[in-house]
Design a protein around this ligand. Structure first.
Ligand code: DON
Length: 606
């Protein structure tokens, strides 16, 4: 390493890992500090070949770098333009939160299946002075919503919680970003929206992943008669825009310009808000101007707990993520799962037993904290969790029916999106936001280019019946006016001895929390680096239906052994898109990983 590089690395290390001071500090003697060059930048070779005939990653995936190393800042997201914008904002002196906001606005333009201003999400922040915060910008049910609004006269569930304007909750993203900016931002708000405006106005070339998506989704939009929405993604003469074509979004650019100039308020009050409410209602939805005006992003107390000497900061309700993550990690520790080799049948079996039990709790006991009472203390009480795992048999699967009843679900492809940002000072942002399923309700407010979410389906639309993810949920999560629907999103930040260790999260519906838990365990139980932890096969159990979903790369011998123990194993498709960053415990360098083997994305660091 050249002296100047070594010096800049050391400077980066000191700044990245020190508390909120710009005084130069000595490296922590407890860490063996190696030059960053020794951090392996090679993508892990551990991605096994899927069995013949099993769908794995789409063509064109994994073209962008999967691992990026740096000491001053790192960003990883599901789309390359957005990642680059995040890095640019960091280089301009923005905080990790500034960069996260800019990435979020950019994804609303470049990753329309999940990036959004018409949806909502959660942001977990950990500043280098130890400040921890959890921002809830989840959508709310419109004031006209009611428990049975998605049942027809015969009492049968309609499609309306998934498709079209009636599926849309009141969006939280713009209010959320404004709240984050107010508390933790440094650069002017308009500078964070500007890169997204440019991309929307000038357009950007469509890559293979987006092109494949657009063929499918424009067909669905046309079928639903959302012609003006389909047109946003079609060529002037008809047919979806293809790879290499430019996606220009003039209406969206105008909305973003209004937000840049007049602030988040312009999205919730006044001309734009009134016209959105009017258009949604005209198309069969139930938004009122007053619903938008009433929307508030909320700061919640994050869930903070210790796992093996590491501090985990994660999202509380209305996400189930943090509660379930904590349950699963504590139960794993109680069962001593870390003694079993990583991804062995023994380890996956025991962890499946843990997932099964945690999800049985999730589905009936959690909801919006402003509407329902939840037994949160009990769910994290070690005595309760000890009791919960007392009947785990190391050699035999428990029958979920003996835990509680359920029904057959369907797994969705990852259409939420997660990104992670770390800045030079060591401030970290973990942000997961969503339109729910891909392209949300498939309906954009006419004249705005704003695609709306179909988050209403995250409520127990018919309590006791499965939602689109097969989750069977109870009355605590029923539809009520103004209420937030229960989520699985699990943005999470890990630190050790006051120093940042990892920023994690993923999309994937109910597989979100189990994926975050598995990556956390790979890092903390097994000392596996984040690139390898990310590419390892994932397994998911959600109590009902009583089966393990496994990625295609689960080896045959592991699958057979799990079946021999009484599990039904479905080896189907990839789960999630976990874009995380770790601070290498040895070098203190940032290792940003994009989950490109599971579709698109880019990690960048400097
Ligand atoms: O909030 C939730 O839990 C869901 N709306 C997330 C949806 C998701 O991750 C889509 N991908 N499968």
């Amino acid at each position: 390493m050249k002296p100047s590089l070594a010096a800049s690395w050391l400077f980066g290390f000191v700044v990245a890992c020190s508390p909120a001071t710009h005084e130069p500090l000595e490296p922590d003697p407890n860490y063996s500090v190696k030059p960053l060059a020794s951090v392996t930048a090679e993508p892990s070779a551990s991605v096994a070949t899927p069995p013949p005939g099993v769908r794995w990653m789409p063509k064109g995936a994994a073209e962008a770098p999967r691992v990026a190393l740096g000491t001053k800042g790192a960003v990883t997201s599901q789309e390359a333009n957005a990642t680059d914008i995040g890095i640019e904002i960091l280089k301009q002196g923005g905080t990790a939160v500034d960069a996260a906001i800019a990435v979020g606005f950019a994804l609303a333009v470049t990753h329309p299946s999940a990036g959004n201003i018409g949806g909502g999400g959660f942001m977990v922040v950990r500043m280098n002075d130890g400040t921890k915060a959890a921002l809830d910008y989840r959508e709310t049910a419109p004031s006209g919503a009611s428990r049975d609004m998605y049942l027809d006269k015969a009492g049968k569930e309609t499609k309306e919680s998934k498709l079209g304007p009636k599926a849309a909750g009141i969006p939280g993203t713009v209010a959320g970003f404004a709240a984050a900016h107010e508390k933790f931002g440094k650069l002017p708000w308009k500078d964070l929206v500007a890169p997204a405006i440019k991309l929307a106005k000038e357009g950007f070339p469509i890559d293979k992943v987006l092109a494949e998506d657009l063929v499918k989704v424009t067909g669905q939009m046309r079928e639903a008669k959302f012609d003006s929405t389909a047109k946003l993604f079609e060529k002037p003469g008809g047919g979806a825009l293809a790879e290499g074509d430019k996606l220009v979004q003039g209406d969206l650019a105008k909305v973003l310009e209004t937000i840049a100039k007049d602030g988040a308020k312009a999205f919730y009050e006044g001309k734009l808000a009134d016209s959105m409410a009017k258009e949604v209602t005209k198309a069969g939805g139930i938004w009122k101007s007053a619903d938008l005006k009433a929307y508030k992003a909320k700061w919640r107390d994050p869930i903070v707990f210790t796992y093996k000497g590491n501090e985990i900061v994660t999202m509380p309700p209305p996400s189930s993520g943090g509660v379930v993550l904590k349950e699963m990690l504590v139960m794993s520790e109680l069962l001593g799962i870390d003694k079993k080799p990583w991804r062995s049948a023994d380890e996956v079996h025991l962890f499946s037993e843990v997932m099964r039990r945690a999800y049985a709790d999730r589905n009936y006991l959690l909801g919006d904290p402003d509407y329902v009472k939840m037994p949160l203390a009990k769910l994290s009480d070690p005595a309760y969790l000890k009791e919960r795992v007392a009947n785990v048999d190391p050699k035999k699967a428990t029958k979920s029916d003996t835990v509680k009843p359920g029904v057959e679900p369907k797994l969705e492809s990852p259409q939420t999106t997660h990104y992670s940002v770390v800045d030079e000072a060591g401030n970290a942002v973990s942000n997961t936001y969503t339109l729910n399923t891909g392209y949300g309700s498939k309906f954009a407010v006419p004249g705005t280019g704003v695609l709306l979410n179909n988050e209403m389906n995250d409520f127990a639309v018919v309590p006791g019946k499965p939602n689109t993810y097969g989750l069977v949920q109870g009355e605590l999560n029923r539809v009520e006016p103004g209420k937030r629907m229960l989520s699985s999103m699990t943005p999470t930040i890990i630190s050790k001895d006051g120093q940042l260790r990892a920023v994690l999260g993923t999309p994937g519906g109910p597989t979100i929390t189990t994926t975050v838990a598995q990556i956390t365990r790979a890092l903390l139980d097994y000392g596996i680096t984040l690139d390898k932890a990310t590419s390892a096969f994932r397994a998911h159990h959600q109590w009902q239906p009583d089966q393990i979903w496994a990625e295609p790369t689960m080896p045959d011998d592991v699958m057979k052994e799990l079946e021999a123990r009484g599990h039904t194993v479905k080896r189907e498709r990839q789960m999630g898109h976990a874009n995380g960053i770790e601070v290498d415990p040895e070098t203190h360098g940032f290792r940003a990983v994009s989950d490109t083997t599971r579709k698109g994305g880019k990690a960048a660091a400097y």
